[in-house]
Design a protein around this ligand. Structure first.
Ligand code: GLN
Length: 289
């Protein structure tokens, strides 16, 4: 079976990179007036690291929309730098700032819920969270269960190996032990190699896969490019192979059929693209090559 290129959606393709510039955009502060906002650091990145419990007090999750002062609950998995990760007691990253900016535009307060990556879609389906923002790639399978906004960035899967590895490209993954993060598009991609005698080891965190490779338990890790760059920069003796494996797009997942919220978030996202604010957030975390 041939490696599947993650199904790119025509819908997703339509929104190009609108770098846009201009209008000295507002900074990413949520208009967190009165409501529920927990005791957060006064910092502007102010990602609150709430767990689901807090989402309850005083805060109907949106579903009903446009609510000034309402809480917008973002489900994520904060193990995915630079999109979402722990920084001291906070959860920070591109996705958190984008979600903060969207919440700000909708007059809502963002709450971040850190859960397992493969729990995010169920969390949306059950209505416990409003938006899934987790470097989540749009694919056909997920579209059966959730709706996606317009994409906010593109991404790809890459291979990480030890510097002295004999693996030089995708073909060399055949028959090898490949580590992935459970339930990700890297998992989907790598699983195709099972037919070639490869063994897939699935970890809850991408970083755990990298550690396992360093301990010699697996031969390679397939993961999204930007987290890969972070992991490689933080660890000696490992490298990213040049050849990218897929082209993917990240978008925000929303409960199926909640078109009202979908439209609102798309509207906010379009404004952030147009003002250049989205690009500015990305540039803050990812330096141009
Ligand atoms: N982009 C990958 C996916 O959507 C990985 C996301 C993640 O691990 N947070 O499956």
């Amino acid at each position: 079976m041939k490696k599947q290129v993650i199904a790119l959606l025509t819908a997703a393709m339509m929104v190009g990179a609108m770098a846009g510039c201009g209008a000295g955009g507002s900074d990413t502060t949520t208009a967190a007036d009165t409501t529920a906002a927990e005791t957060t650091t006064a910092g502007d990145t102010a990602a609150e690291t709430d767990t689901e419990a807090e989402a309850e007090d005083g805060a109907e999750t949106t579903a009903a929309i446009g609510g000034e002062g309402k809480v917008l609950v973002m489900a994520t998995n904060a193990e995915f730098p630079p999109y979402e990760y722990h920084d001291g007691g906070d959860i920070v990253g591109i996705d958190v700032e984008v979600a903060e900016a969207i919440a700000g535009k909708l007059g809502m307060t963002l709450e971040v819920e850190d859960i397992a990556f493969d729990s995010i879609i169920p969390e949306l389906e059950s209505g416990k969270a409003d938006i899934g923002v987790a470097g989540m790639t749009v694919n056909e399978d997920r579209l059966k269960n959730v709706d996606f906004t317009d994409p906010y960035t593109t991404a790809s899967q890459v291979i990480i190996v030890k510097e002295d590895s004999e693996i030089a490209g995708p073909d060399d993954l055949k028959g090898k032990h490949i580590g992935v993060q459970l339930g990700t598009t890297g998992d989907i991609y790598a699983s195709d190699y099972e037919a070639d005698g490869s063994t897939i080891e699935r970890y809850n965190k991408g970083f755990e896969a990298v550690q396992a490779m360093q301990q010699g338990k697996i031969d390679a890790v397939v993961i999204d490019q930007e987290p890969a760059k972070v992991f490689v920069s933080q660890n000696e003796g490992i490298k990213i192979l040049d050849e990218a494996l897929t082209v993917e797009e990240y978008a925000i997942a929303i409960k199926k059929g909640n078109t009202e919220l979908l439209d609102q978030v798309n509207g906010a996202l379009a404004e952030l693209k147009e003002s250049g604010e989205l690009q500015a957030i990305i540039d803050k975390y990812i330096s141009a090559e």
